[in-house]
Design a protein around this ligand. Structure first.
Ligand SMILES: [Zn+2]
Ligand SMILES: [Zn+2]
Length: 94
């Protein structure tokens, strides 16, 4: 079973399979200001069931956020492995 995640308003919803284990607490300025805690995933491990109303902010990679509620959803290209998709652990339930 995977772990479900959603932003506060529900415009973005997704499932991560298998459940991620390793948490990355990035200390860079923007990650600290966004208060994001990341889990590093392969893009194939993340299935989006909803991805509405998303905004993109480019700084240290491509950061996706919800335009509706402001939740930080993901960042891509932020770590040494450009293929990884980092998902905000705080959006996962359980
Ligand atoms: Zn939202
Ligand atoms: Zn960072």
């Amino acid at each position: 079973m995977g772990l479900e995640g959603r932003c506060h308003c529900g415009a973005t919803g997704f499932m991560v399979t298998p459940p991620p284990v390793e948490i990355r607490d990035c200390g860079c300025e923007l990650c600290r200001k966004q208060a994001a805690l990341w889990v590093a995933c392969r893009p194939s491990e993340v299935r989006f069931v909803r991805a509405d109303d998303q905004g993109l902010y480019h700084s240290g990679g491509a950061r996706v956020f919800c335009r509706g509620c402001g939740c930080v959803i993901s960042v891509r290209g932020h770590g040494p492995d450009e293929a990884e998709l980092w998902i905000n652990r705080r959006l996962l339930t359980g």
